[in-house]
Design a protein around this ligand. Structure first.
Ligand SMILES: [Zn+2]
Length: 411
């Protein structure tokens, strides 16, 4: 029998492993491979049938970037997943799409600043969200003959978490080398337009393999309850609430449901790629389920859970009878859970797009401060911001919820 203190201790140990012992969990990195192996072995040891799906991905490294112009040095970083470069070329600038489309940037280095650099550009091949304006910016850059891009950016929590500056491009499918700098640094660089700039970015792409890991229990694969959490973290962050805590809930559930023998199949899915430009794990899951999406009774996705301040948030999406009343009861009977607003930046959106019912589990604080928080995707996302108690409550709550749902389906 698992006591609450036992479970809390388990949470702390897992947190320590995922966020401190592993050297990061960005897709395809060594730490990412260790994390998926750990998850796989943990589920196997609790007698889940486990499947690992290999994903061909690109990992990336930089040894830094430098920019000098007439003896002045500017502080810049290589854009994640960008190609490297070494150029000594004329500097030009654009702050709007019109300036970008009409200017002459052939064989130049372009500084993108102001309006055009307000939010991260969707990766070229990202199918879930890709505004027309972003595609137009990418097209204009690719047609311009520009040799490298310097992006001067502020903060945009809604699209990039708490990073300042944020990388305007984070796209391994976009082949113009780019770097990024703070908006205030961009203002200092702007007067040097027309002058020669020396830009070096020591970045490299290389091929790697990553894995989705799926654990299954239950008898009837025509009825599936799919519980998901992404196991990858943004490069350079410990990824505590984004999303070690989600994976920890899966691990606690694996333990709590160890003896599950119900009819619906319960799938515990560690997705690899939510915080990666090409979302490979999610794309693979969709491809593997193209004919079987309809037998998913419910998706429960955990992302951003366990923040130390505030309660846990459960956001329902298209819940049919008989799930809605069970959901209402769960919220009513658990003082630590609140019903959350529908938010879209998570893997539950995949299921919602395919018309499947879903519940997104997160932290109330994070959902309410999505637009202005400065925690996720930064080094601040570390174990000290997690309240282990919240994860135990979520796991026990979900265990109870699943038990009632399975009973309901049977009757
Ligand atoms: Zn996340």
């Amino acid at each position: 029998m698992n006591t609450i203190p036992d479970l809390e201790k388990e949470v702390s140990e897992y947190l320590n492993y995922f966020c401190k012992e592993l050297p990061g969990r960005s897709v395809g990195s060594e730490g990412n491979q260790m994390a998926t192996l750990f998850f796989r072995e943990a589920l196997s040891s609790m007698s889940w049938a486990v499947e690992s799906t290999p994903l061909q991905v690109m990992d990336w490294m930089t040894e830094g970037a430098e920019l000098t112009c007439e003896g002045h040095c500017f502080s810049i970083m290589s854009s994640p997943y960008s190609l490297g470069c070494d150029h000594d070329l004329e500097l030009a600038a654009a702050s709007t799409i019109e300036e970008l489309e009409q200017g002459d940037f052939k064989n130049k280095i372009i500084l993108l600043h102001g309006e055009i650099a307000q939010e991260q550009i969707a990766p070229k091949n990202f199918v879930f969200w890709n505004p027309e304006m972003h595609q137009r910016i990418v097209r204009a850059l690719e047609q311009s003959g520009v040799k490298a891009i310097i992006c001067a950016t502020g903060r945009n929590s809604a699209t990039t978490g708490g990073e300042y500056p944020f990388p305007l491009f984070e796209d391994g499918d976009f082949n113009i080398p780019s770097v990024f700098m703070k908006d205030v640094e961009g203002e200092k660089l702007l007067p040097f337009c027309g002058k020669k700039a020396r830009l070096t970015s020591c970045a490299n792409r290389f091929a790697e393999t990553a894995y989705n890991v799926i654990g299954r229990k239950g008898r009837n694969p025509q009825k599936r309850i799919v519980i998901t959490a992404h196991i990858d973290a943004k490069k350079g962050t410990p990824g505590a609430i984004d999303n070690a805590t989600g994976v920890i809930v899966l691990l606690l559930l694996a333990d709590l449901l160890k003896y599950y023998r119900g009819e619906p199949v319960i799938e515990l899915v560690a997705f690899n790629g939510e915080d990666y430009y090409a979302v490979p794990g999610q794309m693979q899951f969709i491809a593997d389920n193209s004919d079987t999406m309809d037998n998913i009774i419910l998706n429960i996705n955990i992302d951003g859970a366990g923040y130390h301040t505030g309660l846990s948030s459960f956001s329902p999406f298209n819940l049919p009878e008989p799930i809605q009343p069970i959901f209402n009861k769960l919220i009513r009977e658990t003082p630590e859970f609140v019903e959350g607003i529908p938010w879209v930046q998570g893997d539950h959106s995949i299921f919602v797009q395919y018309g499947r019912p879903a519940i997104a589990v997160s932290s109330q604080w994070l959902i309410e401060n999505m637009e202005n928080q400065n925690v996720t995707h930064t080094p601040k996302d570390k174990p000290s911001i997690v309240n282990p108690q919240r994860l135990v409550e979520i796991s026990l709550g979900l265990q109870k919820f699943i038990r009632e749902l399975v009973l309901q389906i049977k009757s």
